[in-house]
Design a binder for this molecule. Structure first.
Ligand code: SAH
Length: 352
């Protein structure tokens, strides 16, 4: 059975074929403009509200909500209506707006050793409705706090471009029905080249973030194993094609791992990559967050600052991402939805 946010407006029209035509508009506006549950759309007759509830159930059941010490980061743990691996989304409140980080797969098959989701493995793809519902429910929570949900980042559990059709379905729904502009939607990828190519052909110019972490194949093969299939030179060429097609900035994500990718040499190599992009990429440095299955620690803050200024000296546009929600395991790479992880057997950090 399709879930509430899986159906397109046309599919809903089919379902409401026995109703007066204005009902479609009432339901759609209730769901997407007013962020209501069907039972709350009081312009509808009671019988229709009940029918919607039973024929189009929501896909996610809220299992737990965790709130960070500062109260600005909220993590939702969802169980999927039809079973499988639970998933998580993270709502981040800023001064004047909110951002939600959504999952695109239950688990992940990319096996990046330093990422808790990768450590736990892959269960299944999420549907468009399961992705959209994470956004709608975060938007409701945000609205309840008097804040508008302005940005969506596809950076939660899973690899968005290994589930591109469903992710694109969600992008279209968020853009067309929730009214979010493409510049406020960001897809983060390990660098799945065919996925980036598909994205370049899609009509909306969403932001692309590439999880680079290393600028040499030898090291990147180790940190991001899919690099063996899609090596750096091919990835850079594909990023340039995306830039040419979309006229949008690309950012490189760089998790700072102590003694692994934080030396002066790593900064020079990264700057070299950045300047191969036209226009050049923006770099986001992410302090490595601890995960149960990875022995190496993050670069200390003082050396992250040093690395950032080294990059600036090399004319690289760089920001250090503020870490949020580490106290509730809600930061980058920490989402595992309570799944057991495989402990890596590595004894030392890879040689540089
Ligand atoms: N699969 C996608 C999106 C999910 S991960 C991707 O890889 O881009 C979101 C970001 O968090 C990625 O840049 C990822 O490399 C990074 N990340 C993963 N584990 C991390 C950790 N332990 N500390 C900091 N960042 C991490």
């Amino acid at each position: 059975m399709a879930s509430l946010f899986d159906v397109t407006r046309d599919e809903l029209a089919g379902l409401l074929h026995d109703q007066p035509p204005f009902r479609l508009k009432q339901v759609w506006e209730g769901l997407y403009s007013n962020l209501q549950e069907p039972s709350q759309i009081l312009t509808l007759p009671g019988a229709l509200r009940e029918r919607l509830d039973s024929e189009l159930p929501s896909a996610l059941d809220l299992a737990t909500t965790s709130v960070s010490d500062k109260g600005d980061t909220v993590k939702f743990l969802w169980t999927l209506r039809d079973g499988g691996h639970p998933i998580e989304s993270v709502l981040m409140h800023y001064r004047d707006r909110a951002t939600v980080c959504v999952s695109t797969q239950a688990g992940c098959a990319m096996a990046c050793g330093f990422c808790a989701t990768g450590q736990a493995g892959f269960t299944r793809q999420l549907t468009t409705g399961e992705i959209v519902e994470q956004v709608v429910r975060a938007a409701r929570a945000s609205k309840a706090k008097g804040q508008r949900l302005a940005n969506v980042v596809f950076m939660g559990m899973g690899e968005p471009l290994a589930n591109e059709p469903a992710v694109w379905g969600a992008v279209e729904r968020l853009h067309g029905d929730l009214g979010m502009s493409a510049r406020h939607l960001t897809i983060s990828t390990v660098g799945i080249i065919p996925g980036i190519r598909t994205l370049a052909e899609r009509p909306l110019p969403v932001n692309l973030a590439v999880s680079m972490h290393a600028a040499r194949n030898e090291l990147r093969d180790e940190l991001v194993p899919i690099n063996k299939r899609y090596p750096i030179d091919d990835l850079i060429e594909t990023c340039n094609d995306y830039l040419a097609a979309k006229n949008r900035r690309i950012s490189f994500e760089w998790a700072m791992i102590d003694g692994v990718n934080d030396q002066p040499r790593a900064a020079r190599e990264l700057a070299g990559l950045v300047h191969r992009l036209k226009p050049s990429a923006h770099v986001n440095l992410i302090p490595l967050n601890p995960t149960p299955g990875w022995p190496t620690t993050g670069t200390p803050p003082s050396r992250i600052t040093e690395f950032a200024s080294r990059l600036e000296d090399l004319h690289v546009n760089v920001t250090v991402r503020r870490n949020r929600g580490t106290d509730i395991d809600a930061a980058c790479g920490q989402l595992a939805a309570g799944q057991p992880v495989r402990i890596q057997s590595r004894r030392s950090a890879p040689a540089i």
